[in-house]
Design a binder for this molecule. Structure first.
Ligand code: NAD
Length: 487
């Protein structure tokens, strides 16, 4: 782990195993921290923040320089990080090397540029005063992340916190901690001041909870399930922490009859099978207008059947294994529930007959025709390569089905009718709407949900609000002229 600028073990000496989901072999060991390591990390981050130098506005250009250097070093080591990320998480090497590592670097660079652009306003108070605001850091920010985009989440949480002058205690998911630990070597190489970033590995129940409960931590940024998100918010209230929650989704992807069918089929496949469907923003409910339903489904199923499921380091694979045996079994149970509820499996529906590796956790790309939006696979997050397909007749019905979910993370709209695109986009209850596209994220654009998908934004300039607090300074410019009621 990385605490106070030192690489350390846990005091208990206990290690956790990281296993490759592609073959279930152990690829690394890492320390299992306890509460005492969280306390050490928080103390290091607290001391560093209170020292004042790191967070001082005079240091903003230096903070930007350090973030840029981290981005550059990540780019120098794309192949190495991509391989580690794929082995640890199971995602295909194509995905981690073309997307994840580059976007992590992009994120550090984006916030490098913003670090000297964080300022308040001068306010036109109607009196002879100078009233202005300062945008100040919060202090020690805790961050707890899910396992599906390990390196990216480390970048998404750490870069904006540092750009705004905070210090950080970060816990990666226990299933995929290795790339975050590797990132610490880069922090060390660029001489990030000791205590600015501390990475503590271990379980949610111990390390996550200790971060969430710690009185010296001012804010917790959480990415994970809605179930744990509720615990985070409830427990954080005991110390009145600021909380941001990036939670689950059950996102609709709506295709109208005027859409470019070929592009929309590509978009629908991308929406649900990217990262083996283990994406919070996955477009898992495909809504097709009745007039194009049969033609669209035929193309979709044909192309889904051709997706190569392979081992994480197979460059030809377009889908890797899912993260664990537990996750595989959960996904298979959902597919079984669909069968029980009268749905029709159009392709996939189980483990591949010839698994890329007999010990890995592989699931076929699965498409299910469902009778209505009330079936379990349309209401609950599956977090696997499973698409439910629904039919609608008009815009009103499409919106009704799209919004009939407790989640509100992302959505897609496919149409050549520009007015329809805006109309529908505005009425979807979700934090993200892609029009004639699905899945592209950028550090420039906010990411975060509505409804039970959480609140607060990761990425973009909006995220700076989550890591700063506003101080108002009021300067009286007319000595003794203000009204005093107490002569
Ligand atoms: P999870 O909620 O089980 O775990 C997330 C993190 O919380 C892990 O680091 C875990 O160790 C920790 N944790 C668990 N219990 C805790 C507790 N009591 N106190 C503090 N920390 C605790 O989620 P997961 O299985 O790792 O990830 C999958 C979920 O994450 C899905 O629901 C998915 O939609 C969601 N997700 C959301 C986003 C987003 O940006 N909205 C992104 C990725 C994943």
């Amino acid at each position: 782990m990385y605490i106070g600028g030192e690489f350390v073990n846990s005091t208990s000496g206990i290690k956790l195993e990281s296993r490759c989901p592609g073959n279930n072999e152990v690829i690394g060991l890492f320390p299992e921290a306890g509460v005492s390591e969280v306390n050490q990390a928080v103390d290091a981050a607290f001391d560093c923040f209170n020292d004042g130098e790191w967070s001082d506005v005079k240091n903003s250009v230096n903070r930007g320089r350090l973030l840029r250097e981290i981005g550059a070093k990540l780019r120098d080591r794309v192949d190495e990080f991509a391989e580690l990320e794929s082995l640890d998480s199971g995602k295909t090497i194509t995905e981690s090397s073309l997307i994840d590592v580059h976007m992590a670097a992009d994120t550090f660079e984006y916030y490098a540029d913003l670090s000297s652009q964080i300022y308040g306003d001068v306010l036109p108070v109607p009196a002879n005063v100078l009233d202005f605001t300062l945008r100040e850091p919060l202090g020690v920010c805790g961050a707890i992340a899910a396992w599906n985009f390990p390196l990216l989440f480390a970048a998404w949480k750490i870069a904006p916190a540092l750009a705004t002058g905070n210090t950080v205690v970060y816990k990666p998911a226990e299933l995929t901690s290795l790339s975050s630990l590797e990132l610490c070597k880069i922090f060390d190489e660029v001489f990030l001041p000791a205590g600015t970033v501390n990475i503590v590995t271990g379980t949610g129940a111990i390390v996550g909870q200790a971060i969430n409960d710690h009185p010296k931590i001012s804010k917790v940024s959480f990415t994970g399930s809605t179930k744990v998100g509720k615990i985070i918010q409830e427990r954080a209230s005991k110390t009145l922490k600021k909380v941001t929650l990036e939670l689950g989704g059950k996102s609709p992807n709506i295709v109208f009859s005027s859409a470019d069918i070929n592009n929309a089929v590509s978009g629908a496949l991308n929406a649900v099978f990217f990262n083996g469907g283990q994406c919070c923003i996955a477009g898992t409910r495909l809504l097709l207008q009745d007039s194009i339903y049969d033609e669209f489904l035929e193309q979709l199923v044909q192309r889904a059947k051709k997706i190569k499921v392979g081992e994480p380091l197979d460059w030809d694979a377009r889908m890797g294994p899912v993260i664990s045996a537990h996750q595989r079994d959960q996904i298979l149970n959902y597919i079984e529930s669909a069968r029980d509820e009268g749905c029709k499996i159009l392709c996939g529906g189980g483990e591949p007959s010839e698994k890329p590796n007999p010990n890995g956790f592989y699931i076929e790309p699965t498409i299910i025709e469902v009778p209505n939006n009330q079936v379990t696979v349309c209401q609950e997050e599956i977090f696997g390569p499973v698409l439910s397909v629904l039919k609608f007749s008009d815009e009103e019905e499409a919106l009704k089905i799209a919004n009939d979910t407790e989640y509100g993370l992302a959505s897609g709209v496919w149409t050549q009718d520009i007015k329809q695109a805006f109309r529908v986009g505005k009425k979807i209850q979700a934090g993200q709407v892609w029009i004639n596209q699905y899945l592209t994220l950028s550090p420039f654009a906010p990411h975060g949900g509505y409804k039970k998908s959480g609140f607060g934004k990761d990425l973009s300039k909006y995220c700076l609000d989550e890591y700063t607090q506003i101080k108002n300074i009021f300067v009286d410019l007319e000595d003794g002229e203000y009204i005093c009621l107490y002569e």
